[in-house]
Design a protein. Structure first.
Length: 294
């Protein structure tokens, strides 16, 4: 079994441990009433998008998310939270260095003793969710399991939902599709972006992601008979008819959206297998982007 599949399969346990951290890690992530910015690159940026929507939805305060490479000091924040599995990503470190003095800086990471530790006031460590794989799976979902618990959402049965997502058959045969579109609303827009990234990373597949209502505003034009449109959570009224009108296949699911992301991870790995690709060795990618200086 590949390292990626093993790490996908470990998520019921890593989610259980993440939820159990909520009391200890809650203060760093909740900060009621503070203005908070979440930073990250790639997967971690999408985790930040989802977590920002969850925090605002819980009534904890204004929350933004930003791609670390695009961060520019300007808006005032009380706290900046950097999500970084490795703690070594150049753009994240540079963004933290640019945060104005007096702003509390927090890192959510999987590895202790890395450069990010010297740039923050506080660290939330999920070392049990670290990964050998280049393609992230269990670390980002464990961060979101922690966020859901810390922000006061109902996480009863969440690890069980992960187990069910591992045990059930895939909803479609990925080899039937050349084009995948993932849609979300609210916090699940970040999940949609992350699902599409998994398909691109693991399977070199054509995958897009959008807020669900935006699908009609252009993206539907390229959908066809070999397109799969996957909705995280209930889709807005009438969107199923739009998908059908394009001749595409629609998948929606009653499972918890985070468990649906586990299904999407499995779909990406299955598509890689159908294409003769090894998801443990994704093309042109490394575990952390560390840019040369000079």
């Amino acid at each position: 079994m590949s390292a990626t599949l093993r790490e996908i399969g470990s998520q019921p346990e890593t989610w259980r441990r993440a939820v159990g951290m909520a009391d200890g890690g809650a203060a760093a992530l909740t900060a009621p009433g503070e203005r908070v910015l979440l930073l990250g690159c790639g997967t971690s940026w999408f985790v930040g998008q989802a977590a920002a929507a969850l925090r605002e939805g819980a009534g904890l305060g204004e929350t933004d998310a930003c791609c670390a490479s695009e961060y520019r000091p300007g808006r005032r924040y009380d706290r900046v939270v950097a999500v970084t599995r490795s703690g070594t990503t150049t753009e994240v470190l540079d963004a933290l260095r640019a945060v104005p003095a007096g702003t509390r800086r927090v890192a959510v990471t999987a590895v202790p003793g890395e450069p990010v530790d010297d740039l923050v006031d506080e660290r939330v460590l999920l070392d049990f969710a670290d990964e050998r794989s280049v393609v992230q799976t269990r670390f980002p979902t464990s961060v979101l399991a922690l966020a859901l618990a810390a922000y006061g959402y109902d996480v009863t049965g969440l690890p069980q939902a992960a187990g069910e997502a591992l045990a059930r058959p895939l909803p479609v045969d990925p080899a039937r599709f050349d084009h995948l579109v993932f849609l979300g609303t609210g916090w699940t827009v970040g999940l949609a972006h992350e699902a599409a990234l998994k398909v691109r990373e693991a399977a070199q597949g054509w995958a897009e992601s959008y807020p669900a209502m935006d699908f009609r505003h252009g993206p539907v034009a390229v959908a066809g008979a070999r397109s799969l449109v996957w909705g995280f959570g209930p889709l807005p009224a009438g969107l199923d008819a739009t998908v059908a009108g394009a001749g595409a296949t629609l998948h929606t699911d009653a499972a918890h959206p985070l468990a649906q992301l586990v299904l999407a991870q499995r779909l990406a790995v299955a598509l890689a297998g159908a294409r003769g690709l090894d998801p443990d060795v994704p093309r042109l990618l490394s575990r952390s982007v560390v840019l040369p200086r000079g």
